[in-house]
Design a protein around this ligand. Structure first.
Ligand code: FAD
Length: 385
């Protein structure tokens, strides 16, 4: 391998560069980044940056010392075997890392919709979150909840519109989502409500009601950013299809981060996880694979969110039908565990209980069985259940 092209200069992209160099790869590395910024972390965008306690979140990574040919503002636009087509011409490669992440979904309508994916998005939105502004947040998922947090703190009048029966229902189910209801005190929360369009001056609901807004933020999910691969001879299905080594169907190509749907040995299914920890960890395996080593990516997925003054953390992967058990009451610090049929721990959600998260993640990794009766007592440490 003489030249590796890394398409996408987000966390997964820059970590791929680091992992290649850490493994002694001495060839040329070209890092293509559609944005004009050097690589940065996204989690702070909806937290510290939106709250105004920080203006940026650049990754602490010395591109110059890694001798990477970083090309900001250059996009990958197409792929043929051995050649990445870019907005500035063809670029031959021996190895290719696809790390183009994901793009926010927007809704129909001519009104202005803010999304929150990039640093520029965050700075633009922050400037609009001023005292008294009427803000409509569409989607009560992770991003929606964090935006609502910042908007409330800025003194805005906030409406949150959610199509599902509860906040976070898409991610953790309605039963757990409903446990966060008290956090929405002072917010006009509309559940089971569908937006028809974002129009000038506000949001039109299905059914006709119009909700006026100065600022509309759409946080209804993302799509893997793989349109540029549409004409290429590479398997795509909910992102770039890769095996447990993160290898794509086209030789010499690996994919990592939000755009990659990998085969999980642990769960016996394909996973695409849009979380920071995946973008952090997967590049080690992808780099090894690209350099001909035998490495497998098989994590217990992990995620966190900071909303309404609470730390929400999730580890694992819960299949539909997994048994849900509660530890603690929603008024205080609580967590919840999903058990598989054989009483092994499938996933844990912890609210302000970081120990449950840390212990749960370890237990999931070890495939340990739990005692359901002990588990529902929040005073018994998870590791003793
Ligand atoms: P990205 O970060 O999306 O990076 C991909 C990069 O590729 C982008 O810079 C993009 O411009 C570029 N690109 C796209 N297409 C092309 C192309 N054709 N050519 C060249 N470049 C291209 N996760 C958590 O676990 N906890 C959190 O609290 C959390 N908070 C978040 C808050 C926000 C506001 C957002 C947006 C995400 C958050 N996440 C969080 C998710 C986490 O940030 C992502 O999982 C992570 O950024 C994925 O990294 P990535 O490198 O795969 O993709």
């Amino acid at each position: 391998v003489n030249r590796v092209v890394v398409a996408g200069a987000g966390l997964a992209g820059v970590r791929s560069v680091e992992a290649l160099r850490a493994r002694g790869f001495g060839g040329e590395i070209v890092l293509l980044g559609q944005e004009r910024h050097r690589p940065y972390d996204r989690p702070p965008l909806s937290k510290a940056v939106l709250l105004g306690t920080s203006d940026s979140s650049f990754v602490d990574s010395d591109l110059a010392s890694m001798e990477v040919d970083f090309r900001p503002g250059v996009s990958a636009v197409g792929l043929r075997a051995g050649v990445v087509e870019t907005s500035e011409g063809d670029l031959p490669y021996d190895g290719l890392v696809i790390a183009t992440g994901a793009d926010p979904i927007t809704l129909p309508g001519d009104g202005q919709q803010h999304v929150l994916r990039t640093l520029d998005d965050a700075l633009e939105l922050r400037a609009r979150l001023v005292r008294g502004a009427r803000v409509v947040v569409i989607g009560a998922g992770w991003i929606g909840a964090e935006v609502a947090t910042a908007a409330r703190r800025a003194g805005c009048e906030v409406t949150v519109i959610e199509a599902g029966p509860a906040q976070l229902s898409h991610a953790v189910g309605a039963e757990l989502g409903a446990r966060t209801l008290a956090w929405y005190d002072g917010i006009d929360l509309r559940l089971d409500t569908m937006v028809a369009s974002v129009d000038e001056g506000g949001v039109r609901l299905v059914g006709g009601e119009f909700i006026e807004a100065h600022v509309v933020v759409t946080g209804v999910g993302v799509r893997p950013a793989v349109e540029w691969l549409a004409g290429a001879d590479i398997d795509l299905h909910n992102g770039v299809v890769v095996d447990e080594h993160l290898r794509a169907s086209l030789p010499g190509v690996v994919a990592v981060g939000d755009c990659a749907a990998w085969w999980s040995r642990r769960y016996g299914t394909r996973l695409r996880v849009e979380h920071w920890d995946t973008a952090l960890g997967a590049p080690e395996v992808a780099a090894a694979t690209l350099l001909g080593e035998d490495a497998v990516y098989d994590p217990v997925p992990y995620f966190w969110s900071e909303q309404f003054g609470h730390m929400v953390q999730y580890a694992g992967h819960h299949p539909a039908g997994a048994r849900l058990l509660h530890r603690g009451e929603p008024e205080g610090k609580w967590s919840a565990c999903w058990l598989a049929e054989d009483d092994t721990l499938a996933a844990v959600l912890a609210v302000d209980r970081p120990r449950d998260l840390v212990q749960g993640r370890r237990i999931i990794g070890a495939g340990q069985r739990m005692d359901p009766e002990r588990l529902v007592d929040p005073d018994v440490p998870l590791r003793d259940c």
